[in-house]
Design a binder for this molecule. Sequence first.
Ligand code: BES
Ligand code: MN
Ligand code: ZN
Length: 456
Amino acid sequence: MEGKAGTCLLLHAVPGVEADRVLLVGLGREREFREKEYRTALGTAVRQLNETGGFDGTIYLTELPVKKRDVAWRVRQAAMIAQDSLYRFDRLKSKKDEVRRPLRKLTFCVSRRNELAPAELALAQGLAMAAGVELAKDLGNLPGNFCTPSYLASQAGELAKAHGMTVDVLDRADMEKLGMNTLLSVARGSHEPPKFIVLRHVGGTTDAKPIVLVGKGITFDSGGISLKPGPEMDEMKFDMCGAASVLGTLKAVALMKLPLNIIGVIPATENMPGGGATKPGDVITSMSGQTVEILNTDAEGRLILCDALTYVERFDPDCVVDIATLTGACVIALGHITTGLLANNDAVARDLLDAGNEAHDRAWQLPLFDDYQEQLKSNFADMANIGGRPAGTITAACFLSRFAEKFAWAHLDIAGTAWRSGKDKGATGRPVPLLSHFLIERAQRAGRKPARRKAG
Ligand code: BES
Ligand code: MN
Ligand code: ZN
């Protein structure tokens, strides 16, 4: 064995070793061993172990030094990578290609006794986040004929029941009363009833302002009357991955029992070209009172998010983060590696970027300069719902920013990162790790604050 990164060699009955089998894992050059190599080595090892027919395995890779990362990071990542690499979605296959004797138990080793406590906390966090990622993947992968707005609402209900959260689901009539017309304008072309889901985790004190997560829940995006082209249109079942990431993050948060008040909000609908569908040129009055000329019915994400942003004003939020598969332009700008981030508040933006780095679920900030707002000018309404070809991700965020003036707000465009295309087609569960880390950090800060005040 040469030891190249990503390779491994399984040995049987090694003399003097009690284990039945020993798996050697190539790590590449020591000098070049970093975060990425660590993650690859773990993924390879776990997949191999799963195929050896052993019920359990012990992993020593968690003892390896990774530049600038402590034992907690290594264990947290190991738990997430292990679950991630064993994930499959076969509930819709009539014959499951099952592993004969799948891996049931993994043990992670640490080198020193004093690493045990931080490693155990990290393990619990890693498993919680992995469970959140798994939920987000399952919901994302489930096709549009199963994963409807009503299905998302029922899943939110299940989550609430299992973890002591509360849930409210508004239906079309409720939304009409609230004046959520831009959201409803997207739902008009579909036979599936739209749902507006509000899920709350109450872990903080009653006076603590909530952190609000808003997830785009388009369970299928055909483009509406501005119909999308045929190839790859199936992938628009993933257009609810923002919503899935909100549910996944709330699951992780509940499992970690984070002492924060968190509200997940999901506007959910299909975008279809039925006879009642909104037409290009139609002008709609949003819940905020601002009017929108709909020049392209395929720019529907912002139309459901803007009413959701207006709705969440009532919570007097600490901050609001929306998560959306919003623009194809973001895939062009950042590819499938990095999530787009735009914000009206530098502190929130910085914390999200830091959380992404910590979780290895990274984002990059794009500017939200006022100068871009001009592209949204309309001759017939307060604004158009599209800003033309240049800077499509930014003008989409500019649109949202007009509905987020009353609070600290950030927007994550996950169009490139929420799923993979091609032979490994499937949801990634991103950005559940980023959001979870963001909230873990906020919880720690909330815990530190009173102590600091006392000392000061
Ligand atoms: N859900 C899409 C964005 C998308 C497209 C995500 C491809 C991932 C891959 C969104 O609703 C959309 O259609 N956006 C339009 C906006 C345009 C009409 C201004 C787009 O990006 O083409
Ligand atoms: Mn669209
Ligand atoms: Zn969409």
